[in-house]
Ligand binder design. Structure first.
Ligand SMILES: [Zn+2]
Length: 328
């Protein structure tokens, strides 16, 4: 008899992570495939995903009993549609839930990628044992997921948790991709750390960053971090400002929700103690209503796997909902 497995799909702009897991929690297969948005659009990509999942199930003698999907926003979760995320342009109103429901004849759940990652960290990673967490991913952009009382908090139109678009610099801040001015993302996301560094360098600031990157246009957030490690003063100014504004963003959400943990993931969190030491020092300075020892800011534990782990949780929830069982 085949083993019943839940399937998790974490869709990114360049790569898709896939995993199968038994109801008992044993991961039986994992795979990464390219998104290849340039070839055939959404229909071709989901077909690739379905074929890969079928092959993974066959090889591990598993039977797929539900599917969970984490996907970049915006989504219409109620109707199971991918709208038109900036890194998946030709997916406009693609009915991803219906595709997998029909393909595998199983229940399917969809949520945005940051919510899926929050769920992954909550169940398998840094949020284990907690009831209330906030997950923040600081990467190309800044996303977030809020889990309260053990459940994802979606809010109106399933749009809660967009910490990156809270406004921290309304006067003189940069215009954000969302249309607002001075969003947290416009200072602290990887792309904007790089933008701010390039602006300083083009303004004539002396720095090791140009040498590290090769030329100014190739400076990235990683370049800034590397230069900070080497004691470069211009890079340190950029980084100090990044940490300060991120601390303000986190402090506001800590004051509002008083979570047991704030979990920080994404590429920029790869800076490690260079980021976490200042955050741990600064956030309590911006929080007056919660004792400092109750404010816990920790790195994500699952790195690139948080999204697909969360997608597995979504899949198991979908199975449980359909079968009204508490076995998973
Ligand atoms: Zn914004």
């Amino acid at each position: 008899m085949k083993t019943k497995v839940a399937a998790g799909i974490d869709i990114g702009g360049t790569k898709i992570a896939l995993a199968l897991e038994t109801l008992g929690g044993e991961k039986t297969a994992r795979r990464r495939i390219p998104t290849r948005v340039e070839i055939g659009g959404a229909a071709a990509t989901v077909e690739n995903i379905a074929l890969a999942l079928e092959e993974m199930a066959d090889q591990s003698d598993g039977e797929i009993i539900s599917v969970g999907i984490g996907c970049p926003s915006p989504l219409d979760i109620e109707n199971g549609l991918v709208m038109s995320p900036s890194n998946l342009r030709d997916w406009d109103r693609f009915p991803i839930v219906r595709f997998f429901e029909e393909r595998f004849d199983v229940p399917v759940a969809l949520d945005n990628d940051a919510n899926a990652a929050a769920l992954g960290e909550f169940v398998y990673g840094a949020g284990r044992g907690c009831r209330n967490i906030v997950y923040i991913t600081v990467s190309t952009g800044i996303g977030g997921g809020i889990i309260l009382g053990g459940e994802l908090f979606h809010g109106v139109a399933a749009s809660a948790g967009e910490l990156g678009h809270t406004i921290v610099q309304p006067d003189g801040g940069a215009r954000c991709g969302c249309g607002s001015i001075g969003c947290l993302e416009t200072i602290c996301a990887g792309t904007h750390i790089a933008r701010r560094a390039k602006e300083k360098l083009k303004g004539g600031a002396a720095s090791l960053m140009t040498e590290i990157a090769g030329n100014i246009d190739d400076v990235t957030a990683e370049t800034v971090v590397e230069a900070v490690r080497r004691g470069d003063e211009t890079a340190m100014e950029i980084w100090d400002e990044t940490c300060r504004f991120l601390a303000i963003g986190i402090a506001n959400i800590v004051t509002l929700l008083a979570p047991e943990k704030v979990i920080v993931g994404g590429g920029v969190a790869g800076a490690g103690e260079l980021l976490f030491a200042p955050l741990k020092k600064l956030v309590p300075q911006f929080v007056s209503m919660i004792p400092a020892d109750k404010i816990r800011i920790v790195p994500a534990e699952l790195a690139a796997e948080s999204g697909v782990c969360g997608a597995l949780v979504l899949a198991k929830k979908a199975y449980r909902k359909k079968h009204q069982t508490y076995e998973v």
